[in-house]
Write a protein that binds this ligand. Structure first.
Ligand SMILES: [Zn+2]
Length: 451
């Protein structure tokens, strides 16, 4: 088997691994490069492998840095199939159309401003490309074996998000396991990642390869800020990441209310994407760890706000409430008009619940910015800022090493990917110190023979 690293080598985005063996060529993950412009430009280069020569794509999970290049691959001639778990299929049905919408908006904006070298500027892909991609998806449940020519592919639970999987591929000679993104051992929503046993070759992520998650109690942090803000008659604004973390926060709010830890104020889930994700979550009871009663509590604790009119009407309410609205880093979405309405009042609070990338309003506000530009106007922000830590969907390096201890014999080869260069290198050393494994950090484009 030959393995070529076409993404997530030296960076955390753009996951793409070409695997050739058993007479077939498959791509494991088909992610979009995100973040710095230099990386994003890679999405526009000719596909790193002729899409017409691929026999299948296999997705570890739905996040765009693992699935978001698929519509471009299809636009360039890939004809399927795409294999993933049922949960992943239902989440890419939400995430890919939204991604196409953003691509189309970027192109429109570039045309309006006239700053693209191409006239007219075209989107990376359109909704039509997304629809063509979704039609190619076929699903396999955990542990089911999918045969692609002489390759046997199997998904096992990775605990990172709904439907997330580690992918094991074997041919007649050898095998390789792709960790995908690996979740934490005590996630409130998901079972821990399934231990791996028999692994000859391993490709492992290293997002938190140089960091430990601080010991923290997210529920206590949330309860503190809600009590404080409600006591002074304010509104709690939570910019929500649609998939995963908003479900977790709603579950916590439901549990805190039931325990009498926070007052029974109204809660609004004001994000059509988060609402769709919630429905997917409720439809896949076998892909998360919540009991039916916990699911019901999570679903019923918030009013679901779908229309823009209902969304705007929330700004006229004056009594304490909790608002969850997209987007998670305040780069767009309905949180913007809530921030315009409630940001200037110091009785209110803005509660950040996840990673805030450089250059986003979320990061500026996290760093104490006193005003932000919204819809072309500067808005003074006097609302309290708070952060809730410990909601990450990624294992840290110690958790990853503990998870890998279950592997029966040291793999012949270990490749560390999906990390910033310092994180990947730190993780390489942790693997050596803690497990005695020798690991390699592949370059972008590197090709290796597996045996
Ligand atoms: Zn992910």
């Amino acid at each position: 088997m030959q393995l070529t690293f076409l993404g997530a080598a030296g960076t955390v985005t753009g996951s793409k691994y070409l695997l050739e063996g058993g007479g077939k060529r498959i791509l494991v993950d088909c992610g979009l490069f995100q973040g710095l412009k230099e990386l994003r430009l890679r999405n526009w280069e000719a596909p790193p492998v002729d899409p017409r020569t691929l026999d299948a794509v296999v997705l570890t999970h739905a996040h765009l840095d693992h699935s978001g290049y698929l519509p471009r691959l299809v636009r360039e001639g890939f004809a399927g199939p795409v294999w993933c778990t049922p949960g992943t299929r239902d989440l890419v049905r939400i995430l890919l159309p939204d991604s196409a919408h953003l691509q189309e908006e970027d192109a429109r904006y570039a045309n309006k401003r006239g700053f693209s070298k191409h006239r007219p500027a075209l989107p990376l892909y359109t909704l039509e490309d997304v629809e063509a991609s979704l039609a190619l998806i076929r699903t396999a449940v955990y542990d089911e074996v999918v045969e692609i020519g002489g390759l046997r592919v199997r998904f096992t639970p990775a605990g990172h998000m709904l439907g997330s999987a580690c992918v094991r591929v074997e041919d007649a000679h050898t095998d390789v396991t792709f960790s995908g993104d690996v979740g934490r051992p005590h996630d409130p929503l998901f079972e821990p990642p399934r231990p791996l046993r028999d692994v000859r070759n391993l490709v492992v992520e290293s997002t938190y390869g140089d960091r430990r998650h601080p010991p923290s109690d997210p529920a206590a942090q949330l309860a503190d800020v809600v009590r404080r803000v409600v006591a002074r008659g304010g509104v709690v604004m939570i910019p929500a990441f649609a998939v995963g973390r908003s479900q977790q926060i709603l579950l916590q709010i439901a549990q805190l209310k039931a325990a009498g830890e926070i007052p029974d104020v109204p809660v609004f889930l004001n994000s059509p994407m988060a609402i769709d994700a919630m429905e997917v979550f409720l439809e896949h009871p076998d892909e998360h760890r919540l009991t039916p009663a916990a699911c019901e509590a999570m679903r019923d604790v918030a009013s679901w706000v779908r229309t823009p009119e209902e969304s705007k009407a929330l700004n006229l309410r004056r009594e304490p409430m909790i608002l969850l609205a997209g987007s998670g880093m305040i780069t767009g979405g309905r949180i913007l008009h809530h921030l315009e309405a409630f940001g200037p009042d110091p009785r209110n609070a803005l509660v950040l619940v996840g990673y805030q990338a450089a250059g986003t309003r979320g990061q500026a506000l996290d760093n104490g910015a006193e005003e932000v530009k919204i819809h072309g106007e500067y808005v003074p922000i006097r609302a309290e800022r708070a952060r809730i830590d410990g909601l990450s969907g990624h294992a840290d390096y110690a958790e990853l090493c503990d998870w890998l201890r279950s592997v029966e014999a040291p793999p012949r080869r270990v490749f560390v990917t999906h990390g910033d260069p310092t994180a990947s290198d730190a993780f390489r050393r942790h693997l050596s110190d803690r497990l005695g494994w020798k690991a390699h950090i592949p370059r972008h484009g590197e090709r290796v023979e597996l045996d």
